[in-house]
Design a protein around this ligand. Structure first.
Ligand SMILES: NC(=O)c1ccc[n+]([C@@H]2O[C@H](COP(=O)([O-])OP(=O)(O)OC[C@H]3O[C@@H](n4cnc5c(N)ncnc54)[C@H](OP(=O)(O)O)[C@@H]3O)[C@@H](O)[C@H]2O)c1
Length: 344
């Protein structure tokens, strides 16, 4: 009888302890949910605060002939901002003017031409005067040489670095005095390829460089009240990702490589590489994901330092870039073509 009472007592105390632990865990979980909801609301409230007097603000965007730059110029113009759009060609500038208000002004600019960049800065000053320039969007870019490193020469690397990195640096340095005046914003379009080197050639090099330039500039500009943001898009349907043009350029590179290199890689490698690149046909057509991020960086009271645009960037490139090298290499090499006589 006594034994029975002891067992009953032990059972009851075990159940009481379990119920107490369950209640405690539920309480902790509820607290966590409340904290998360509060954090989410705070973040949402903070990010949705927009600046006043946008119609007084001037924004210079490079590379507005096509793609993100073109859409961005039209989007900010509709928003009532004063857009100064640089285009590489007369035709690009004419087309853009046809689709926008009389507020938008254009200038022809090749960002690799330093003299033209200096002249463009004078042109901007003649328009904005002592008010200064509110925003600079470094968008112009080239996708030259998106293929294996060994198929290219130094000139191919230089060509893309000249536009994507040195052009960006040059225009930023020229516009800085005007941006400091207005305590404005610098927004640079990098790439998910600026976080993870997914392909050979100068493109990823240039985007890693853009990230480094923006990171150091952000710290230097902090005390001047200038904010620097980086946009990291995944793959979107624009001229840079035009699959047919890309395959044509790839074939051009392959035909030019020395016969020794061709033998080492083998025809099958080239074919598989070209086949893999056909995935460009499934790029996202939702360019607004990039332009909305740029708009936020220019118009929000609290812009973010980095914006990853596109699900491929958020769910694949960015997470993989944080993995240990041995794992990220394994992930990236799984579907990569193999050279003819496999060394390993
Ligand atoms: N599309 C994507 O999937 C993707 C992904 C990540 C990052 N990005 C970046 O996004 C930016 C915009 O590219 P996009 O995708 O919109 O392609 P895009 O349509 O080719 O836009 C690039 C623009 O830059 C212009 N440009 C090229 N070289 C120039 C130079 N030397 N000086 C001035 N302008 C020049 C081009 O003019 P023309 O058209 O006359 O050549 C074009 O208007 C680039 O920095 C690119 O690297 C794109």
């Amino acid at each position: 009888m006594c034994k029975f009472i002891t067992i009953k007592y032990q059972l009851m105390s075990t159940i009481t302890l379990f119920v107490f632990q369950l209640e405690f865990a539920t309480m902790l979980l509820s607290l966590l949910v409340v904290v998360l909801v509060l954090l989410f609301c705070y973040r949402w409230h903070r990010q949705s605060q927009v600046l006043q007097n946008l119609s007084d603000k001037y924004v210079l965007i490079t590379g507005c002939d096509t793609g993100f730059g073109n859409l961005m110029a039209r989007q900010l113009d509709r928003r009532g901002m004063r857009v100064l759009a640089t285009c590489l060609t007369e035709k690009g500038a004419e087309n853009l003017k046809k689709e926008t208000s009389s507020r938008l002004q254009t200038v022809i600019l090749d960002i690799t031409d330093s003299q033209r960049v200096t002249s463009a800065a004078k042109w901007v000053f003649s328009i904005v005067g002592d008010t200064g320039l509110w925003g600079l969007v470094n968008n112009a870019g080239s996708g030259h040489g998106l293929c294996p490193n060994e198929w290219q020469r130094k000139e191919d690397f230089a060509k893309v670095l000249d536009v994507n990195l040195l052009g960006t640096v040059d225009i930023t340095l020229n516009m800085l005095p005007l941006i400091r005046k207005s305590q404005g914003r610098i927004v640079s379009v990098s790439s998910s390829g600026g976080r993870l080197a997914i392909i050979g050639g100068g493109y990823c090099l240039s985007k890693y460089g853009v990230e480094a330039f923006c990171d150091s500039l952000r710290r230097e500009m902090r005390d001047f009240g200038v904010k620097v943001s980086i946009i990291e898009p995944g793959a979107f349907t624009t001229a840079i990702t035009d699959c047919d043009l890309y395959l044509k350029n790839l074939t051009h590179f392959w035909e030019k490589v020395p016969s020794e290199v061709k033998e080492a890689y083998g025809e099958q490698y080239f074919k598989q590489y070209a086949e893999n690149m056909k995935s460009l046909r499934t790029c996202s057509p939702k360019l607004h994901r990039v332009t909305d991020a740029i708009e936020h960086a220019l118009t929000a009271v609290y812009p973010w330092t980095r914006y990853s645009a596109g699900w491929d960037c958020k769910l694949f490139y960015l997470p993989v870039s944080y993995l240990p090298t041995v794992i990220s290499d394994y992930v990236l090499l799984r579907s990569a073509p193999k050279p003819a006589p496999r060394v390993m």
